[in-house]
Write a new protein. Structure first.
Length: 316
C-alpha cells in the first residue's frame, strides 16, 4: 500500500476504523484510506465487515461511494475509497443558508437514482439517513451514498427479518418484526424528504423516548404542520405521503418516485428562515444523530427485559 499511496492526515475515526487522506503516487489523485482494525473484532462484526466489502466491490454508480482497492493484512484491512470533502447533507444545507424545493428535488432525485441501482442489484441499504449522504466536494451539488455496514444482499422474492436501522428513519414493518424487503429504504427516503422541506422529522418524541417514537412510526400518523408547510407545494406533500405509507406494498418505489412530477420542480424560492432555524436546532440535530443506537440494539434490550420479567413472573 505505501508503495502506491502517500498516507496523510487523519480525517476521522470510529470504534474499529480510522480514516486518513491518501494520495496516489502515480498521478497525485486523492482518496480516503479507511483502516479497519480486525484484531479484537468479534465474529459478528467480522462477518459484517466481510459483507460490506463484498457489496462495495460490486457497486459502480455516480451517487454511491466506490471502493477502489483493498490491502489485507492479518490485523488490519485497508480500503481505498472516494475522498468526499463536501460534508454531510444537513450540515451543507445549514451552511449555505438558502434552500428551495428545487434543491430538495435535486437531492431526492440523486438518492432515488442510487437506490434504484442498489435494488436492481438486489441490495438493500437498511441505514439510509442524512449522516450517510455526503457531498463529493464544496463546489458541486453531487452527493454520494456511503456506509454499507448494514447493507444486505437479498435474493429475488426473499425477505429479511433482522431488525436494524436508525431510530428516526426506520420503517414500521421493521419495528413490528415483520419480514421486510427493499421497501424499507423508500420509507427512510420519505423521512429525509420530510425533513428537507421543513427542518424537523415527521415522527419524534420531545423527551427522546424511543418506545413512544416507535409507536408513532408504527401508526404512520404525521402532519404537515402549519406554518412550516404552508408554502410547500401539493406535489411535494403528495410524494412525502406516498413514501411514508405504512403498507410496504403500496409505498412508492424507484419507478414511481423517479417519474413523480415533483422531481421536475423548478421552484427556486427559499423555503424560509424558519427552515434553517429548525435545522440548526441542537436538540433536533442530537436526535438525528442518534444513529449509533441501532434498532437492533434496542430490540435486543427489549427482548432481554422481557426475558427478565418472564423469569420474575415464573419465580413468583
Amino acid at each position: 500500500m505505501t508503495d502506491k499511496y502517500k498516507v496523510k492526515e487523519k480525517l476521522g475515526r470510529g470504534a474499529f476504523a480510522t480514516v486518513r487522506r491518501a494520495v496516489r503516487k502515480a498521478d497525485d489523485q486523492q482518496f480516503a484510506l479507511k483502516c479497519v482494525r480486525k484484531k479484537g473484532m468479534d465474529e459478528y462484526n467480522r462477518r459484517a465487515l466481510e459483507s460490506e466489502v463484498n457489496i462495495m466491490l460490486r457497486l459502480q454508480h455516480s451517487n454511491i461511494v466506490s471502493l477502489h482497492e483493498l490491502f489485507d493484512t492479518p490485523n488490519h484491512l485497508h480500503m481505498i475509497i472516494d475522498l468526499l470533502s463536501g460534508g454531510e447533507l444537513f450540515d451543507r444545507i445549514v451552511e449555505i443558508g438558502h434552500f428551495s424545493e428545487a434543491d430538495a428535488a435535486n437531492i431526492v432525485g440523486q438518492i432515488a437514482d442510487s437506490l434504484q441501482y442498489l435494488h436492481q442489484n438486489n441490495i438493500v441499504h437498511r441505514d439510509l439517513k442524512p449522516e450517510n449522504i455526503l457531498y463529493v466536494d464544496k463546489e458541486t451539488n453531487r452527493i454520494m451514498l456511503v456506509d454499507f455496514g448494514l447493507a444486505k444482499q437479498i435474493d429475488s422474492g426473499k425477505t429479511l427479518s433482522t431488525p436494524c436501522g436508525s431510530p428516526a428513519y426506520v420503517a414500521p414493518e421493521v419495528l413490528e418484526r415483520k419480514p421486510y424487503g427493499l421497501e424499507v429504504d423508500w420509507w427512510s427516503l420519505g423521512v429525509i424528504l420530510y425533513i428537507l422541506l421543513c427542518g424537523f422529522p415527521p415522527f419524534h418524541d420531545e423527551h427522546n423516548n424511543l418506545k413512544r417514537l416507535y409507536k408513532k412510526i408504527k401508526k404512520g400518523q404525521f402532519q404537515f404542520v402549519s406554518p412550516y408547510w404552508d408554502a410547500i407545494s401539493d406535489d411535494a406533500k403528495d410524494l412525502v405521503s406516498k413514501l411514508l405509507n405504512t403498507n410496504p406494498k403500496q409505498r412508492y418505489g424507484a419507478k414511481e418516485v423517479l417519474s413523480h412530477p415533483w422531481l421536475k420542480n423548478n421552484n427556486q424560492t427559499s423555503i424560509g428562515e424558519t427552515f434553517n432555524v429548525q435545522l440548526r436546532n441542537y436538540q433536533l440535530k442530537a436526535t438525528l444523530r442518534r444513529g449509533v443506537n441501532t434498532v437492533l440494539a434496542v430490540c435486543r434490550i427489549i427482548d432481554l427485559l422481557r426475558a427478565v420479567q418472564a423469569e420474575k413472573a415464573a419465580g413468583d
